[in-house]
Design a protein around this ligand. Structure first.
Ligand code: GRG
Length: 307
């Protein structure tokens, strides 16, 4: 990163470059978490097991953006144990215990995320995800819905095992937020479709809530003050909003190969995202089209011309 962005460091050590690659810092832990996730989705019924493990198999793991952020947040917030021991609801907590509890947050977060992808693809009738057939496309809607439910159940059990009621409520509430964001997206009036405020609120629920609340959970487990926990939340919220904004831009600029799914899927589903809202500010005549909606394919083409 430093060479690409011409950032000058006061130290010339190559370690600085390594430290600036966020993935290399947590690469070993990410592969450990990957294995843990595969273990966690083992189910009694073979059909359920094969459905649930579908997106945890090697090679279809996605970017692992959320676990990466959460592990880096853990490194940033874990205080030296002798100075500030984390709250010990479980009795003697060591540094290793703390880190493995935070790894569990990363696992739970990824499970909730994958469950939401499974359900989302059913709702959107999507046929590709992570560069392969979506689970609903390969095994049908029914199994995809049930596999998502199963992952949520596994995530709840893992969450409860942390025995921290504040953390349980934070992440349990995220599931409601995911549903809220999805419903806000499905049911828009023409005014809401044109509103940046509505878009940002929906984006918080749909994408940023999971990242912000799991970042806050990391801070709580680290034994940080309520003030720091709020800062961790704000960091995760802004990162999540930025992540979705970029995801929305990529839907217009990416290719099926780079996205692992078809491009232009938002506008084709009638979903108005940030690039259109920004274009509307520059070209006020676009507003009438957005208000009318994108059921008419002609409107899709008109909007694309403005972008
Ligand atoms: C059952 C938990 C649950 C939710 C039901 C369907 C639904 C309600 C919510 C959908 C939420 C959703 C899919 C939001 C989009 C979030 C998003 C940016 C997904 C893409 O994330 P990436 O790019 O994907 O990190 P990878 O594949 O890399 O993990």
């Amino acid at each position: 990163y430093s060479s690409r962005y011409h950032i000058h460091h006061h130290t010339s050590s190559s370690l600085v470059e390594d430290e600036l690659d966020p993935f290399s810092l947590v690469a070993d832990e990410l592969s450990f978490i990957g294995n843990k996730l595969r273990e966690m989705v083992v189910a009694k019924v073979p059909k359920l097991a094969s459905a649930a493990e579908y997106f945890f198999k090697m090679g279809v793991e996605g970017k692992r953006f959320r676990p990466t952020v959460l592990l880096l947040m853990s490194t940033a917030l874990n205080l030296p144990i002798p100075k500030a021991p984390p709250p010990m609801e479980l009795g003697g907590t060591t540094t290793t215990d703390l880190r493995s509890r935070q790894q569990r947050i990363a696992e739970i977060t990824e499970m909730i995320h994958v469950a939401s992808l499974l359900h989302d693809d059913v709702l959107d009738d999507a046929d590709t995800r992570r560069g392969i057939g979506s689970l609903n496309f390969v095994m049908g809607n029914k199994l995809a819905v049930l596999a998502g439910d199963f992952l949520l159940s596994r995530a709840c059990v893992a969450l409860a095992s942390l025995k921290n009621t504040e953390v349980v409520s934070l992440l349990a509430e995220v599931v409601e937020h995911l549903v809220t964001g999805e419903i806000m997206q499905m049911t828009t009036t023409s005014d809401q479709r044109c509103s940046m405020e509505y878009y940002m609120e929906k984006t918080y629920y749909k994408t940023a809530s999971l990242i912000s609340n799991s970042c806050k959970a990391i801070a709580i487990l680290a034994g940080q003050t309520a003030e720091v926990a709020v800062l961790a939340f704000e960091y995760g919220k802004n990162l999540g909003l930025a992540f979705q904004l970029i995801d929305d831009v990529l839907d217009f600029t990416g290719t099926s190969a780079s996205l692992g799914k078809g491009s232009l899927s938002d506008i084709q589903h009638g979903i108005v995202t940030a690039p259109i809202l920004f274009a509307m500010e520059e070209f006020p005549q676009l507003r009438a089209i957005v208000e009318e909606g994108f059921e008419n394919p002609e409107n899709v083409n008109i909007a694309l011309d403005y972008l």
